[in-house]
Design a binder for this molecule. Sequence first.
Ligand code: IPM
Ligand code: MN
Length: 355
Amino acid sequence: MHTIAVLPGDGIGEEVIREGLRVLEAVSAVTGFKYKLETYPYGADHFLKTGEGFPDSALREMRDHSAILLGAIGDPRIETGLLERAIIAGIRFGLDLYVNLRPVKLYAEHLCPLKGVTTDKLDLMFVRENTEGAYVGVGGIMKRGTGNEVAVCNMVWTRSGTERVIRYAFDLARRRNKEKKVTLVDKANAIRPMDLWTRVFGEVSKEYPDLKTDHAYIDAACMWMVKNPEWFDVVVTDNLFGDIITDLGAMLQGGLGIAASGNIHPGKVSMFEPIHGSAPKYKGKNVACPVASVMAVQMMLDYLGDHEASALVEGAIANTLRSKKIPSLHAGDLPTDRVGSILVDEVRELAAAAG
Ligand code: IPM
Ligand code: MN
């Protein structure tokens, strides 16, 4: 029995997670995936009501689950970044979820805004380092608001932190069995301390003689993503660079309406979430696209070892996008709950067809 912590969060979080859970229920009925849900209220409303952001006790509770499913955090009534840092970063850092796995895969050609990109040309995995870099909070502001104000933010990388995420990328490329290639994306030409990444990547690669390696600076990698995305298989990169380039990747696969991610510490409780934000203007309107949230469920099923269920959910998404039963991933094109129903039906049909 898997226990899943559900944090719908703010804005459209609740609506999209609801559809994700409907699909989870449908697929579990056919594969026998057994689970129990526990829902947590953390987010803007809870904070405004109680003053509680994300208490230490919540983090302790998270550890007792098999996985965490998160909707979205962010609300204009609250200071920028406060709850994002407390909850999203709080879970990533608190549970040491050092891999942020972000697949970029094109399921139907018409979803890509670029000309001539066929589905075989866009299928890659970003492995974003998730616990170091510019996100560690080493720095601050002095003489705030004065003419002499100073703002400092340090990017921090440790050898062990760099090594474990690079190793994850190599293991993933081997498992994926696609191009069998790992590309390191950094900025070691301008940010010389990133030489640590260059050296560690070189050292780890020696243990994987069956895999190819490649390298691109982050600026050039953005260019190649648009020009020749088929050159990438598994890409490993720093926290901030990974944050930025995966939004670019999301657009290429059809937008934030489909992009999901796994915050993973192999073998431990991990967190799955759509990469989009809380989109407060769409809250409660039943217009947000829940596909990314369903994708997060798919990644969670895969992580928890139910590969049959995960393949059914991915197949349902792929089929309904290709057949244009779900014609687009933009907010407002189809009601949120309607998209959920279409996916639930497709999961059942696929399962019936498979016998
Ligand atoms: C993401 C988000 C977060 C990040 C924010 C909300 C802190 O943009 O998951 O990509 O920067 O990591
Ligand atoms: Mn982001």
